[in-house]
Design a protein around this ligand. Structure first.
Ligand SMILES: *Cc1c(COP(=O)(O)O)cnc(C)c1O
Length: 363
């Protein structure tokens, strides 16, 4: 698939070669046990053709071996448990997805990790990677939409003997290919834009090293935390329109950012896709295209509530990347941001409708 463009790869990725009399698209395979005898699958916790079809499509886009897991946090926790040993040092974004920090401090407390939390835009001081086993970056970061230099940090992490992983949820593999920029590992929540319909949870880890992929598959089989075949099939179905959805979402984000830039009620507007954003030049160098998520601040929590009440198209929901425009006031989840800070996820509505609705809702 690598010779084709993004839209083609999304539409055709992971689907079987045409063969007369077989279904154009295979449906989900629900089997728990399989008939024994051949070399194929034997039990649904260890292997499933519906997983492999989607893993082939996503792995092709990421440029690595993809291991599907039932949520983004399942991807993160499976990776951390597979790679980290007692007493290891780990670098995490202080401004990234909050549950990753909770996981490390609460669930993985028994590992007594040396956790170094660094904001995505840095500073990345000399020696930050000394003695580190794993560096996890998140760029663009959720919810702040800050950006760090994957290639430069991968080089420094490797020089220090560390593995470099990137949480690529916000960008999706169409927006950014961390493995091509030097990262060893990509993790992602496919609950967000990759599946994009706000009706399921899914995640994956993609890696360059086949042995690490094997270890992750084994961890999935033995932990028992496996994706459901039906959800997997829905993600594969949704992946077909990722290119189209992202285009509309990015167009809508661009239109909204332009409309809100000089709005008196709006402060702290950030979207890496706009040339006046402080992260734009770096994002442009390493990203392939933009997505629909941006952020801004209103005066306080009440102003956000009033905005949602007055809007006919934007609802409050704590996810992003879906067909429907949503807004999330992040302070309510404990993110270290002001009370009126919102992450806005532009959906696939018509731009004119969305801009008009958001402007009237802001009053
Ligand atoms: C949502 C999210 C996750 C967690 O994914 P789930 O599918 O909800 O488990 C991890 N990282 C980022 C950046 C996210 O936005």
């Amino acid at each position: 698939m690598a010779l084709f463009g993004d839209g083609t790869r999304c539409v055709h990725g992971g689907h079987p070669e045409p063969a007369g009399g077989t279904p154009l698209l295979p449906g989900p395979v629900f089997a728990a046990p399989y008939h024994l005898g051949a070399d194929g699958d034997f039990y649904g916790r260890a292997g499933n053709p519906t997983w492999r079809a989607l893993e082939s499509a996503i792995g092709d886009l990421d440029g690595g071996h993809c291991v599907l897991l039932p949520s983004g946090m399942a991807a993160t926790s499976t990776l951390l448990r597979a790679v980290l040993r007692v007493g290891d040092a780990l670098v995490l974004p202080s401004d990234g997805y909050y549950a990753t920090r909770q996981l490390v401090h609460d669930e993985l407390a028994e590992l007594r990790l040396d956790v170094r939390e660094i904001p995505t835009p840095g500073p990345w001081d000399d020696g930050v990677f000394d003695g580190v086993r794993l560096v996890l970056l998140e760029t663009p970061s959720n919810p702040g939409l800050d950006v760090c230099d994957i290639a430069a940090l991968a080089e420094r992490a490797h020089a220090a003997g560390a593995l470099l992983a990137v949480d690529n949820t916000t960008a999706t593999p169409l927006g950014q290919r961390p493995l091509e920029l030097g990262a060893d590992i990509v993790i992602a929540s496919d609950t967000k834009a990759l599946s994009g319909h706000s009706d399921l949870l899914m995640g994956h880890v993609s890696v360059r090293d086949a042995d690490l992929a094997e270890r992750l598959v084994r961890a999935r089989t033995l932990s028992g935390a496996i994706p459901g075949p039906f959800e997997t099939w829905l993600v594969h179905r949704s992946l077909g329109t990722l290119d189209l959805r992202l285009s509309r979402q990015a167009d809508n984000a661009a239109a909204l950012v332009a409309a809100l830039r000089d709005h008196p009620a709006v402060r702290g507007l950030r979207w890496p896709g706009t040339p006046d954003d402080p992260a734009h030049d770096l994002a442009r160098r390493q990203m392939r295209r933009w997505g629909g998520v941006f952020r801004f601040e209103l005066a306080d929590a009440a102003a956000v509530e009033e905005f949602v009440r007055r809007s006919r198209l934007v609802v409050a929901a704590t996810s992003f990347g879906g067909l429907h425009s949503t807004v999330d006031r992040r302070a309510q989840w404990g993110d270290p941001v002001p009370e009126g800070f919102v992450r806005f996820s532009a959906g696939c509505e018509d731009s004119e409708d969305l801009v008009a609705d958001v402007l009237q809702a802001l009053g």
